[in-house]
Write a protein that binds this ligand. Structure first.
Ligand code: 2AM
Length: 490
């Protein structure tokens, strides 16, 4: 019998099931497989009933149903399961067949897997897929990288099922070789951590500083979602604040304040340390989740460690001043968000250099513009900035964003200062502002730092009155020798 299936999909958790149904909607015949094969039968009898979706109870049976070159996509738990499936697949595939990993794999694992799979004559793709269950079903953002020769064979299907923006442009484009796709997905997740933290800080200042109710904050977020902050995360925050529990009170107030994390934010921060790129806002967002998890300690500390009262009574009592302060919070959120994306793009720029990828920065903004968790109007502006100047040194230097920061700056500084005075934690707003002020300063106090390093470790320094690359050592105490420790750069 002629094989009928266009693609196989391994992994029938919700994301996998939804992506299969999405592919089916677009006219592709998918063969479904799962480690626990009873899920295949359940899926065919329920969600996939009445569709063209085929099932397989073994890898062999799955491969036999595939047209050539065979395309096998995995949506399984990241880590060992991916390696195990690759091992199981290799004996059943032929040169030119393509293995696609659509899970949240670490880009370094994807680098290794591509080399291994190619050594067996096969092609490999590691792709980020973002958008949650809903995205997988109706159009996620898809970020593929890997063997370039595989792209023409998967382009149609991946672009067909992806989200579309601005007149049908797919949120799926080739990212680059090796783990570039998974890398960009990792940075997406880091930025997502940052966006969420920023929204939470805005919420916290409105709630504890201005004493606003969930309903009032719902209205503020609804308003914000109509302007430049228009985004999926503001939209869901708006809806969350309106959600009532069974007793009619806001559900959000009953949710325990300890955040979980699965590790992609952490990976982004670890990688930024390797590359020496300050993604300070994403790092604060990851650490804020860590602090939130110290619930028991915080409860105890709250009884012992004193600070100012957060209530901004004067401002809250005066409708005009209150609205002005809410506008300032919006400015703080917006300006910090620009800094966060600028830092994310700095990281991708450094990664492209280090790993020898040629990343299309405007294309990445476009992929994130729809379908994924960080989708927003804002990303359309980032795309415009990189379209205008693909070699833009920093997003903050683009004319549009420079102007936006200029407008937002006064309010942003007011919020950070007020939060500090009132003891309301605003780590992401504050770190963004500190970074902005560092970045725009031609001179930082690292001259003293270099002197300290030279003092205690003879690490040498460069001089402002000599060419770069000449290193000096001073015998600071008159007791040390004149021998330098040799230079090293981190
Ligand atoms: P399961 O249904 O057999 O558990 C998300 O968890 C997906 O990854 C599911 O399809 C799940 O298969 C699969 N998965 C999780 N751990 C796995 C493992 N160790 N080996 C193979 N598949 C695994």
């Amino acid at each position: 019998m002629e094989p009928k299936a266009d693609i196989a999909l391994i992994g029938l958790a919700v994301m996998g099931q939804n992506l299969i149904l999405n592919m089916n909607d677009h006219g592709y015949t998918v063969v479904a497989y799962n480690r626990s094969t009873e899920k295949v039968d359940q899926f065919l009898a329920n969600e996939a009933k009445g569709t063209k979706v085929l099932g397989a109870r073994s890898i062999e049976e799955m491969v036999a149903q595939l047209k050539r070159p065979r395309r096998v996509m995995m949506l399984v738990k990241a880590g060992k399961p991916v390696d195990e499936f690759i091992e199981q697949l290799i004996p059943h595939l032929e040169p030119g067949d393509i293995i696609i990993d659509g899970g949240n794999s670490l880009f370094e694992d994807t680098n290794r897997r591509q080399k291994y799979v190619e050594s067996k004559g096969l092609l490999y793709i590691g792709t980020g897929v973002s958008g949650g269950e809903e995205g997988a079903r109706h159009g996620p953002s898809i970020m593929p990288g890997g063997s370039p020769a595989a792209w023409p064979h998967v382009k149609d299907i991946l672009q067909a099922v992806s989200a579309k923006v601005e007149g049908g442009v797919p949120c799926c484009e080739w990212v680059g070789e090796m783990g570039a796709g998974h890398y960009v997905k990792m940075v997406h997740n880091g930025i997502e951590y940052g966006d969420m933290q920023l929204i939470c800080e805005a919420y916290n200042i409105m709630k504890n500083g201005l004493g606003m109710s969930a309903q009032e904050m719902h209205e503020v977020f609804a308003e914000w979602n109509k302007g430049e902050l228009d985004s999926y995360l503001i939209e869901i925050s708006r809806d969350i604040l309106a959600k009532k529990d069974d007793d009619g009170s806001p559900l959000v107030d009953k949710i325990l304040d300890t955040a979980g994390q699965k590790g992609t934010g952490k990976w982004t921060v670890i990688n930024s340390q390797d590359l020496g790129i300050p993604i300070t806002l994403m790092a604060e967002a990851v650490y804020s989740r860590c602090v939130s998890a110290l619930k028991d300690e915080r409860v105890k500390a709250s009884r012992k460690l004193k600070g100012p009262t957060p209530k901004l009574t004067g401002i809250a009592a005066d409708a005009k001043r209150k609205q002005a302060f809410i506008d300032d919070i919006k400015s703080a959120l917006y300006a910090s968000k620009i800094v966060s994306y600028a830092q994310g793009y700095m990281l991708m720029g450094a990664a492209a250099k280090e790993y020898k990828w040629s990343l299309n920065y405007g294309g990445i903004a476009l992929m994130w513009r729809g379908g994924c968790i960080i989708r927003s109007r804002f990303l359309g502006k980032i795309k415009e900035a990189y379209d205008k100047n693909p070699k833009l040194m920093n997003l903050m230097l683009d004319d549009y964003f420079r102007g936006e920061i200029k407008k937002a700056q006064k309010g942003w500084r007011n919020v950070v200062a007020t939060a500090a005075r009132r003891g309301i934690p605003a780590p992401a707003f504050s770190t963004a502002l500190a970074f902005y002020d560092q970045y725009r300063n031609a001179v930082l106090p690292a001259n003293l730092l270099q002197a300290q390093r030279d003092y205690f470790g003879a690490h040498t320094y460069e001089r402002t009155d000599k060419p770069r690359g000449e290193f000096f050592h001073t015998n600071w105490t008159g007791k040390g020798g004149t021998t330098a420790a040799g230079t090293y750069n981190v």
